[in-house]
Each structure stands twice: as structure tokens, then as C-alpha cells.
Design a protein around this ligand. Structure first.
Ligand SMILES: *[C@@H]1O[C@H](CO)[C@@H](O)[C@H](O)[C@H]1NC(C)=O
Ligand SMILES: *[C@@H]1O[C@H](CO)[C@@H](O)[C@H](O)[C@H]1NC(C)=O
Ligand SMILES: *[C@@H]1O[C@H](CO)[C@@H](O)[C@H](O)[C@H]1NC(C)=O
Ligand SMILES: *[C@@H]1O[C@H](CO)[C@@H](O)[C@H](O)[C@H]1NC(C)=O
Ligand SMILES: *[C@@H]1O[C@H](CO)[C@@H](O)[C@H](O)[C@H]1NC(C)=O
Ligand SMILES: *[C@@H]1O[C@H](CO)[C@@H](O)[C@H](O)[C@H]1NC(C)=O
Length: 257
């Protein structure tokens, strides 16, 4: 309020120009233009939206370059105390649905599973959620199986009350503010039945059982062979077919002949 009065007194009230500063990152800035005739002396003031006080800067050029897309807020260019132009610098950040990997896997009949979408933009963006299939979009705001909670501060949480077969699909989160609309990339939500979740486990258990059986059979055979060999050693003459498989037996046989 105080700021507004101050602004009104010093600069007078003019229509603000909305400017998109989304591209103001790194080297590529966004240029604000202030053309005046009184002199080559300009005064730029910047007021951030968070209530911090304005920063005033004198300049001899009519351009002011914003190099940081976070520096949203109001920029005023004045000459001799009179406002020449007021800019509302805004940004709109492409929203992101948080997930790991290529898709999100949910299990049928699970309750209250959530997807989170973020877009830190100024002015704070409105969020909407859709399931997209080709050209067909299903609005989730009016679907009773979903709850949407947006905190008005860059984050929206979609709650799926009960995971069903119809929960499956490509989800998109969309944000809108004064600058326009941006959509997140599609995130595939898969729905697995509880049995499907158990199949890999059953597979592993079955594999272990098979391996154990093989080990058991091999051990039995080896023991049987060793017993057989042990029984035949005393009468061995070197002609046993078994002896070829056992170097120690073969050696003994060699010694005897
Ligand atoms: C804002 O600027 C960004 C980066 O240049 C651009 O991608 C986006 O389309 C612009 N948005 C609007 C609404 O002009
Ligand atoms: C600034 O204003 C000048 C003169 O009106 C114009 O030629 C130029 O394109 C403007 N620059 C930007 C970045 O708007
Ligand atoms: C800008 O110039 C005015 C007038 O010369 C001066 O009073 C003020 O201190 C200057 N402000 C800054 C930030 O340099
Ligand atoms: C847009 O501005 C907000 C401040 O409101 C900031 O938190 C966010 O990081 C900015 N976005 C980008 C892409 O810099
Ligand atoms: C799911 O969330 C809703 C709304 O917050 C709540 O009423 C319900 O009790 C929750 N269900 C479970 C199983 O936690
Ligand atoms: C955002 O949503 C609020 C409440 O639904 C609405 O009043 C406002 O006009 C919306 N803003 C935009 C830019 O769509």
C-alpha cells in the first residue's frame, strides 16, 4: 500500500506493459525499452513482488536488460521524476510432473495415490490436469475419482482416490497465467494388478526351487559315483571305464600295472 502511494506520488499512474522474461537467463537477456526526450538520463526502479523494497538505478541508456528470469516484478523507467513506462515483468515456466524413470506404476485398488506438478511462475499460474489419448483430453477437475490441490505457490497435487483400470493413461499438467499457457510433457501412468506385482516374485521362487533340485540331483549322482568308484577300486586292474574320470584312480591303476 505504502509502495503504491509512493509510486503514485513520484511517477504518476500509467498503464503497465506486460513483458515475458522467461528467456532472461544466462547471457541472453530481455530488453526493456524506455524512450524519453528530456535528457540522456534515465532512472530505473525495480520492485520485486515479494514485498521487498524497490531498487533504483541511474542510467544513461534507454535500455534496461533483465538477465535473470527470477527477477520478476515491476520495472519503472522515469525521467525528471515522471514515469515514462512501467513494465510488469512476468515469467511462465513449463510445468513438470515429478517422476522417476519413464512412467509411473500404480497398483489396482490402491487409495490416494498422488502426482505432483510444479511450475514456479509469476504471476502464480493456475493448474489443470488432463488424461490425453490422441486428440481426446479427459478433464480431471470434474472427475469424482480425483482431487486437485494447488497451493497457489507453484505446486499442484493430483490425488487419485482409488486406482482403477481407467486410471491408466498419459497425464498432462497445464499452467496458465497472464502470459499464456504451458503444458508439461506426458507422463504415462501404468496400472498393475496385485497379481502382476507378485509374478516376478513367484518367478524368482520357482527359479530357486529348480536350482536347488538340480544341485541336489548332481550331488546325489556325484556321491553315488564316488561310492561306486570306491567299491570297485580294490578289484581295479586299470580297465574300469570309471577310472578314466578320476585322475587319482588312474594313477593308482598305473602304479599297479
Ligand atoms: C515467453 O518466452 C519464452 C522464451 O522465449 C517462450 O518460449 C514463450 O513462448 C513465451 N511465452 C509467451 C506467452 O509469449
Ligand atoms: C526499443 O525501441 C526502439 C525504438 O522505438 C526499437 O527500435 C527497438 O526495437 C526496441 N527494442 C526492444 C528490445 O523492444
Ligand atoms: C541517481 O541520481 C540521482 C540524481 O542525480 C541521485 O540523487 C541518486 O542518488 C542516484 N541514485 C543512484 C542509485 O545512483
Ligand atoms: C520465474 O519466477 C519465479 C519467481 O516468481 C522464480 O521462482 C522462477 O525460478 C522463475 N522461473 C525461471 C525459469 O527462472
Ligand atoms: C483419501 O483421501 C481422502 C481425502 O483426503 C480421505 O477422505 C480418505 O479418507 C483417504 N482414504 C484413505 C484410504 O486414506
Ligand atoms: C486462475 O483461477 C482463478 C480461480 O479459479 C481465477 O479467478 C483466475 O482468473 C484464473 N487465472 C487465470 C490466469 O486463468
Amino acid at each position: 500500500m505504502k509502495l503504491f502511494v509512493l509510486t503514485a506520488l513520484i511517477f504518476g499512474i500509467t498503464d503497465a506493459v506486460n513483458v515475458n522474461i522467461t528467456a532472461a537467463k544466462g547471457g541472453s537477456g530481455v530488453t526493456l525499452n524506455c524512450t524519453g526526450t528530456a535528457s540522456n538520463y534515465f532512472q530505473w526502479s525495480y520492485t520485486p513482488p515479494n514485498g521487498d523494497s524497490s531498487q533504483v538505478q541511474n542510467a544513461t541508456t534507454s535500455d534496461y536488460i533483465i538477465t535473470n528470469s527470477r527477477k520478476v516484478g515491476q520495472y519503472v523507467c522515469a525521467q525528471a521524476g515522471a514515469t515514462l513506462v512501467t513494465y510488469n515483468a512476468m515469467n511462465l515456466t513449463v510445468p513438470v510432473i515429478q517422476h522417476k524413470g519413464h512412467s509411473i506404476t500404480l497398483y489396482k485398488n490402491d487409495k490416494n495415490r498422488t502426482l505432483v506438478c510444479t511450475s514456479y511462475s509469476y504471476p502464480a499460474a493456475n493448474f489443470t490436469w488432463r488424461i490425453v489419448s490422441g486428440n481426446v483430453e479427459t478433464m480431471l477437475e470434474t472427475n469424482t475419482n480425483y482431487l486437485i490441490n494447488s497451493d497457489g505457490n507453484g505446486k499442484s497435487v493430483l490425488t487419485i482416490l482409488t486406482v482403477k483400470d481407467t486410471t491408466r493413461g498419459d497425464y498432462v499438467c497445464r499452467v496458465t497465467n497472464t502470459l499464456g499457457t504451458e503444458s508439461s510433457s506426458k507422463v504415462l501412468v501404468r496400472v498393475h494388478s496385485t497379481m502382476a506385482w507378485m509374478w516376478p516374485l513367484i518367478g524368482i521362487v520357482a527359479e530357486i526351487v529348480v536350482i536347488l533340485c538340480i544341485i541336489l540331483v548332481v550331488r546325489r549322482q556325484t556321491i553315488a559315483q564316488q561310492k561306486e568308484a570306491a567299491c570297485k577300486v580294490p578289484s581295479a586292474t586299470g580297465a574300469q571305464p570309471n577310472s578314466a574320470d578320476h585322475p587319482d584312480l588312474r594313477n593308482r591303476a598305473a602304479v599297479r600295472t
